[in-house]
Design a protein around this ligand. Sequence first.
Ligand SMILES: [Zn+2]
Ligand SMILES: [Zn+2]
Length: 144
Amino acid sequence: MDYLYLFKQILKETKTNSMSLKKIQHDKDKLNQIVTDARRNQELRDQSYRGQALKLYPWICGRCTREFTHTNLTELTVHHKNHNHDDNPSDGSNWELLCLYCHDNEHSRYEETRFGNSQSNRTTTTIATHNPFADLKNLLVSKK
Ligand SMILES: [Zn+2]
Ligand SMILES: [Zn+2]
């Protein structure tokens, strides 16, 4: 057995490993940087179109007409009419100010029309046709 050769091999491997580890760490840092940048850009963009929309429109929810002031302005959100958050024309034609609740509603309605399945339709029909007094009436009739 050539111990010197073996020793050299181990040394070489250790070196390679520590080098690739460093490279992985470097790539990870780079990836983190990219993610951080993207997130910051997204935040900046969100802030800028929200700021623009708040300047353009009165602080009123477009659905329930609730009015907003500086104290509760965080509950007023910017909705994208065509549901494309990247579509931000500076004239505000794609924006609508909605309170958190109406905004939520707007999106669930949109999801329903987009992914509308028979399940949700059936649920709606059941609720619409169900008469809570029907049973009561039967109960009263049978008691007589
Ligand atoms: Zn509202
Ligand atoms: Zn929206």
